[in-house]
Design a protein around this ligand. Structure first.
Ligand code: APR
Length: 259
């Protein structure tokens, strides 16, 4: 009997098709909705898939501009509390380790669309009905590639809906933590709406041995790119403090980024 069960088990396993990209997308979308009833503005993952797919299917993988995702971004309205938006650049792992277990700050990747498409690659071809997940253009191979355009549009929207006092986690181990050609520097800073956003605070995460401070020349570029009606602040935050807040949830959020 056990032998038969094993044979059946193996057969069933072999028949199971590998997850299609569509299943991955819908699966991640549904996982998010189960876990975040408060943050999502939309709840039909099948429709999200269909509207998403229309942005790039049948198009040359170097000819999908950010505007192609306009219907998708419009479909999924975020309901984010003011003062919670957290941007980042070159701190991807750390920032998400922090926001994963804390509700006081929210990154784009903690919203429904950001979570669903984070770490995924997709493209199609001229006149094709298919989605491919391999051999797609690399990030900088061509400007209008489906993945890069998605993140540009999603980031522009995340910045445009931001309100109150917002922050950005930057990497103090770099010589120039702010880059005006990064998505944060080029897309998000420029899309902040000064009628809604009062201040932008740089949280510069630094190790003891780092030389970079809030006086870094790259922050002059940030201040010139920022709308003058938005107050600029910068705070050096020890990496150990952020790590402490990641591992010990008893530390109140308000203590994590204190001076
Ligand atoms: N090649 C491949 N991937 C890239 C590249 C590149 N040249 N540039 C950016 N990316 C993708 C990668 O997935 C990378 O982990 O974007 C991610 C973030 O890149 P960073 O340079 O660290 O940061 P930045 O470009 O400023 O984008 C982060 O945009 O995603 C939004 O709201 C989010 O504030 C955040 C900002």
């Amino acid at each position: 009997v056990i032998g038969l069960a094993v044979v059946l088990g193996v057969t069933v396993k072999n028949l199971k098709k590998p997850d299609s990209f569509k299943n991955v997308v819908i699966g991640k979308c549904e996982t998010y909705l189960k876990e975040n009833t408060n943050l999502s503005g939309y709840s039909d993952c099948e429709t999200i898939w269909q509207v998403f797919e229309q942005a790039y299917v049948g198009r040359d993988p170097c000819d999908v501009p950010p505007e192609a995702y306009y219907p998708l971004i419009n479909l999924v309205k975020n309901q984010l509390a003011c003062n919670t938006m957290l941007f980042w650049s070159k701190t991807k792992t750390l920032v998400h380790e922090f926001t994963e277990n804390r509700e006081c700050l929210v990154t784009l990747e903690d919203t429904l669309l950001g979570f669903t498409f984070n770490e995924l690659t997709w493209c199609s071809k001229n006149q094709s009905k298919e989605t491919f997940t391999t051999d797609c253009p690399l990030w900088s191979y061509c400007v209008n590639n489906p993945v890069r355009s998605f993140w540009i549009k999603a980031s522009a929207n995340f910045a445009a809906i931001a309100c109150g006092n917002v922050s950005t986690m930057l990497n103090g181990s770099l010589e120039s933590p702010f880059s005006s050609t990064s998505i944060f520097g080029d897309v998000e800073v420029r899309n902040l709406d000064s009628t809604k956003v009062h201040s932008l605070t740089v949280l510069l995460v630094t190790k003891d041995t780092d030389m970079t401070t809030c006086e870094n020349a790259s922050f002059k570029d940030l201040q010139s790119a920022l709308n003058p009606n938005i107050t600029y602040n910068c705070r050096e935050v020890p990496l150990t403090t952020v790590q402490g807040c990641i591992s010990n949830l008893d530390i109140p959020c308000s203590d994590c980024f204190k001076k």
